[in-house]
Design a protein. Structure first.
Length: 334
């Protein structure tokens, strides 16, 4: 399930970032503010019927002159936004209204039963608790992601028109993106657990493994929850006047999205939610591979020579003390 989801995310990302799929920038016409092209992502809209001096350099992707257009940033929150024609074309394109929901349907149909079976196997069919805590939390995160997909599917099939309300929009956005970061951090925890078991087996053997796993998973969920709070606090639903539709997270107010807080927030999200876990995973598995390549043959020889064959295959735990190598081997790889 994890591999399939990763492949789907990569495929969607390649489609969305491809310049041939859609030019989602601001084109020069009577209704647009600028001409640079931007990659497909969350778009920006301007409040209506109020104007003041506003630098074009504040518009993301702007590479032209520093002349200004008159857009007012009101103090109060607004719900109606004006967007450019390129944004409207993307929101009504087959990419957004057909391909993306088709992929979501595939993920939902495969992901829900797969994660239900996984959770059932982990809770009722396996005895080992050490790694099951991590795998169960990973399956729960994926299951929550899958059960919110019908709302996203209905949204895209309805021409990117959200009909479920602001609260549900924020909730699905939090779960949608929270799953990604939660999965990354849990995979990092699994790599750390394997690193300790193989590279530092004596340290790992002395750990309270169930408590250790529960604490790490609790820390992951708490971190993701705190990082997703801005998505739940900030407004995600906006009405687009030209298209006569309500978007969910696809369009944000230009004035609100230009704040320094959002800049630092997304930088820290990328740093702590992707870069650090990525480096941790790379380091852990590199150390594991190096350790196995350097010690595997020597360790297996010690286990074979240090214990008689009947002792190594004995199921009596009381006899395992005669073979210390076997005890350590079992504690690491079982």
């Amino acid at each position: 399930m994890i591999k399939m989801k990763a492949i789907i995310f990569v495929a969607v990302g390649a489609l969305l970032l491809s310049p041939a799929s859609c030019q989602s920038g601001m084109e020069c016409d009577a209704d647009n503010l600028a001409k640079p092209t931007l990659p497909i992502k969350t778009f920006r809209g301007a409040p209506l019927n109020s104007f003041e001096e506003f630098p074009l350099s504040a518009i993301e992707g702007w590479t032209g002159t520093t002349t200004t257009v008159k857009i007012k940033c009101p103090e109060e929150s607004v719900s109606n936004l004006h967007v450019n024609n390129a944004t409207m074309r993307y929101l009504s394109s087959s990419l957004s209204t057909r391909l993306i929901p088709a992929i979501y349907i595939l993920v939902f149909v495969v992901g829900v039963p797969a994660n239900v079976v996984t959770l059932w196997m982990l809770f009722f069919r396996t005895r080992s608790i050490r790694m099951n805590v991590f795998y169960a939390n990973l399956a729960i995160a994926d299951f929550l992601f899958c059960v919110t997909l019908p709302f996203r599917i209905a949204y895209h099939l309805n021409g990117n028109n959200w009909v479920f309300g602001e609260v549900m929009c924020r909730a699905t956005t939090v779960i949608f993106y929270g799953n990604m970061y939660c999965s990354i951090l849990l995979l990092a925890c699994i790599s750390i657990n394997r690193y300790l078991a193989i590279v530092h087996p004596f340290t790992y053997r002395g750990l309270p493994k169930r408590t250790y796993a529960l604490l790490m998973c609790g820390l992951v969920w708490t971190t993701v929850f705190l990082y997703m709070l801005p998505f739940f606090i900030l407004k995600q639903e906006y009405y687009l006047v030209q298209q006569d539709s309500t978007t969910c997270h696809d369009v944000h107010n230009t004035c609100e999205s230009s704040s320094p807080f959002q800049l630092y927030y997304f930088i820290s999200l990328a740093f702590f939610g992707f870069l650090i876990p990525f480096l941790v995973i790379i380091y852990c598995y590199t150390a594991i591979i190096w350790r196995l390549n350097a010690k595997d043959r020597r360790w297996l020889w010690y286990v074979k020579e240090g214990c008689p064959t009947e002792r190594r295959h004995s199921m009596d735990p009381s006899k395992s003390s005669e073979c210390p190598g076997e005890v350590l081997w079992n504690s690491v790889f079982t």
